[in-house]
Design a binder for this molecule. Structure first.
Ligand code: SF4
Length: 318
């Protein structure tokens, strides 16, 4: 069997839980401080009305009902037994603590082995993490936190209107680690304002912080978004597919080999987009990344040699 050139999430889950585990998206009636005026208005330039929840059920349906409906479908289809409750859409900690607790309690079911909470780096607070730690200990449910970052270049972060800089991400990761949870950072590797140096720096910073998982996205451009207008006005050029494939390979080479890759390519429904994945299916792009890595004998961590006093090596290798 061919050896994997990077750490694959589904295999990691199988090793961790002893069988296949499925992530069940939950859609809460929440918004985001970057959309409602608290941090900024309008949100990140690529964020659409639905956030990231294309596959989600309506947010008016209770957490229990969303879980039950999706689980019963997946149970029948795949005979699955273990699930991750994934609070996916918008900013899931942007809630009063008591309300947040109610939603999390609802997700604590027998077949849920992990609760994954997606949020922004500036919405990670000790009180919320302390509550999640209590849940982990009382309910024996693992906790993971997913954070949108997209770029480590703070000029790009301004350009895309993230409403936070790199410092908030560093702070959030330190806090999450202190509470004993794993984190997953989301990155877009083909933002038109980033170059290959930014991509490499992203892999190095994520590795240095001890992040456990990464989700890579290719930029897609939704209709009725700020970036959609910029695209129609030809204010930037889309990075070619070959360059995206190269950037993913570079990113993986600099990434700590222990980090798990949840995804290498973004996905969005075609009908809502002005541009998505160069009109190619995501799995073809993934195959092209695999082929390139194979051809160049590239692998995750090939250039992971820069931490722990790199310049002192001559004294230790003598
Ligand atoms: S942080 Fe997420 S939910 Fe908020 S505006 Fe940006 S992409 Fe949208």
């Amino acid at each position: 069997m061919q050896k994997n050139r990077y750490r694959i999430y589904s295999q990691y889950l199988k090793e961790k839980y002893g069988e296949k585990v499925y992530k069940i998206p939950i859609n809460l009636p929440v918004t985001c401080p970057n959309r409602d005026g608290t941090v900024a208005s309008g949100g990140c330039i690529f964020c659409g009305e639905e956030g990231a929840g294309f596959e989600n059920l309506e947010n008016s349906i209770s957490v229990t009902e969303q879980l039950n409906r999706n689980i019963s479908y997946i149970q029948k289809k795949y005979k699955a037994k273990k699930f991750i409750a994934y609070f996916q859409n918008f900013t899931n900690t942007y809630l009063p603590l008591e309300k947040f607790k109610e939603y999390i309690y609802e997700a604590c079911q027998d077949n849920i082995v992990e609760i994954s909470v997606s949020t922004r780096p500036d919405c990670v607070k000790d009180e919320y993490l302390a509550f999640l730690k209590e849940i982990k200990e009382k309910e024996q449910i693992n906790i993971s936190i997913e954070l949108g970052l997209q770029s480590v270049n703070y000029h790009t972060l301004k350009k895309i209107n993230r409403g936070h800089s790199l410092a908030e991400l560093i702070d959030a990761i330190i806090r999450i680690k202190k509470h004993g949870f794993e984190s997953c950072v989301h990155m877009i590797l083909n933002l038109p304002w980033d170059d290959e140096e930014d991509v490499i720096e992203g892999a190095k910073i994520i590795s240095a912080l001890g992040v456990e998982q990464v989700k890579l996205h290719s930029l897609y451009i939704l209709k009725n978004t700020m970036i959609g207008k910029m695209y129609e006005n030809e204010e930037f050029k889309i990075i070619p597919l070959e360059e995206y494939i190269k950037r993913v390979t570079l990113f993986l080479e600099y990434l700590n080999p222990d980090i798990v890759l949840q995804r290498l390519v973004g996905r969005a429904p075609k009908e809502n987009t002005l541009f998505c994945n160069w009109n190619t299916s995501w799995w073809k792009i993934k195959d092209a990344i695999d082929e390139r890595m194979e051809r160049l004998e590239s692998y995750q961590g090939k250039k992971f040699n820069y931490l722990n006093g790199k310049a002192l090596r001559p004294f230790f290798n003598a």
